[in-house]
Design a protein around this ligand. Structure first.
Ligand code: NAD
Ligand code: LMR
Length: 441
């Protein structure tokens, strides 16, 4: 049986060890010949690389493993590139979150002005990875988690329309895991879902079990009282800030009791509440730096010092499962149904063809085939048209080096109250991003 070679780009990411562990543990379902890590920052990647080497040696010594900062070595002879880079690292995420908050505007990694700033940094980073892949392994697929996924997806659609890249997000998977718990199912895979939206901006319309029975009434009863608040062991979403987000789903649901909302909609529906409940001196970037980032690098250090990974665990949650499931669906042409970010092309009947939307797709060796979600209601259509215009303007601003279009994008964002505030935030973001953004005229 063919064995697959995997490159993880953003080797120093806090999510890398979880994906490596997941690949090693699922080798019977998805046989692996080689795993390589690639990062442009050697000192960040090295501790993770050394720990993964020890862990893999113990879990499955037949899998060849290496890590490198050399693109040719990394991208040669691979079948899949699983990408999750963070251009500018957590230091820049902190700026993305704190600068808008100074002006009383939502400060968030992917939503509002912070997300647009991150988008302009991510576009060249992801495009560079696509180009390396096409140069050294032209038949490979890139499965991309790098955020902000909506803007990155629009940029790859515009700049590399024929490339084999699929942009993905783990948030719907995490929320579906909560649905399964609420419904007392063993797994989110026991449900069939219909969903439409943009990345971090969507709604579930139907949820049935595998026999086709409607599960929405039971879910609605729970969510109208509790939102998505459940005790969760989920590594990625265990912090109090995420617990508050899951509770807030109750207020998102109230706006349209026929659907289940993506949690990121809180930044667009309740931006005033979000700003009031943010600490401008300690944002989510600080929370992650003090928790997940510290914990992952500490675990890596312990493994390297001890020379063994036995008794030490890297967490591998829904995030890792989803990307491995996607690679298997392509490798074995399973036509599994998965939520992916794809060009609309009629999947949402009353929405522009050239918008990048998040909808269920059947996935096989030729990539995703989007399923038809029909027409969507005025409320969601209006919101999505505004947001997709913001995302398109950011990509146009990047391509044309246009200050004007970026100012328009910020002004159009539902999170920003006026063109004046948009300009003040933009001017400060330009200074903070001087090492990353194209020159804007
Ligand atoms: P991280 O900072 O821990 O890791 C990112 C790594 O990327 C770093 O080691 C960095 O050196 C490297 N990097 C940056 N620019 C690079 C480039 N141009 N080429 C190669 N490597 C580069 O970040 P993290 O918290 O682990 O997150 C990684 C990415 O995954 C982020 O974009 C994050 O937003 C995204 N993410 C996405 C989802 C999703 O569902 N879409 C979920 C979680 C995280
Ligand atoms: C979050 O803020 O939880 C997400 O962006 C994922 C992460 O990096 O923690």
């Amino acid at each position: 049986m063919k064995k697959f070679n995997i490159l993880i780009a953003g080797g120093g990411s806090t999510y890398t060890p979880g994906i490596v562990a997941m690949l090693a543990d699922h080798n019977d379902q998805f046989p692996i010949g080689e795993i390589k890590l690639y990062d442009d920052l050697a000192e960040r990647q090295e501790p993770i690389g050394e720990a993964c080497k020890i862990m893999l040696q113990e879990k499955n010594p037949d899998i060849k493993f290496s890590y490198t900062t050399d693109p040719k070595e990394a991208f040669t002879n691979i079948d899949f590139c699983m990408a999750h880079i963070r251009v500018g690292l957590y230091a820049m995420r902190e700026q993305d979150e704190k600068i808008p908050l100074k002006y009383g505007v939502v400060g968030q990694e992917t939503c509002g002005p912070g997300g647009l700033a991150y988008g302009l940094r991510s576009i060249p980073g992801v495009i560079e990875l696509v180009d390396y892949m096409e140069k050294y392994s032209p038949d490979a697929w890139m499965l991309n988690y790098s955020n902000p996924a909506a803007i990155v997806a629009e940029a790859t659609r515009r700049l590399r329309p024929n490339s084999k890249i699929i942009n993905i997000c783990d948030m719907p998977i995490a929320i579906e895991t909560i649905f399964a718990e609420i419904l007392k199912l063993d797994s989110r895979k026991d449900m069939n879902v219909r969903y439409y939206g943009l990345n971090h901006f969507g709604w579930w319309t139907d949820i049935t079990d595998k026999q086709g029975n409607d599960l929405m009434p039971k879910l609605k009863e729970f969510v109208s009282e509790n939102g998505y608040a459940l005790e969760t062991e989920d590594f990625q979403h265990k912090h109090p800030s995420w617990q508050a987000t899951f509770k807030k789903a109750k207020d998102l649901y109230a706006l349209d009791p026929e659907t289940m909302p993506n949690t990121y909609l809180k930044y667009y529906f309740y931006p005033d509440y979000e700003v009031e409940h943010s600490d401008p001196n300690f944002t989510r970037a600080n929370e992650v730096m003090e928790s997940r980032e510290k914990e992952v690098f500490e675990t890596a250090r312990k493994i390297v010092e001890a020379g063994t990974a036995v008794g030490t665990e890297f967490h591998a949650g829904a995030h890792a499962t989803f990307i491995v499931d996607l690679a298997s669906a392509i490798a074995f042409n399973t036509m599994e149904r998965m939520l992916l970010i794809v060009p609309n092309n009629g999947a949402i009947a009353n929405f522009p063809k050239d918008a990048m939307v998040e909808v269920p797709c059947l996935v096989g060796k030729n990539g995703p085939e989007p399923l038809s979600m029909g027409e969507i209601p005025t409320f969601q259509k209006g919101l999505m048209e505004q947001q997709v215009a913001v995302e398109k303007l950011v990509v146009e601003a990047y391509i044309e080096g246009s200050y004007q279009k970026l100012w328009q994008a910020l002004t159009l964002s539902k999170t920003v109250p006026s063109a004046k505030v948009a300009k003040d935030i933009l001017d400060e973001l330009i200074v903070a991003n001087k090492d990353f953004w194209p020159e804007l005229n």
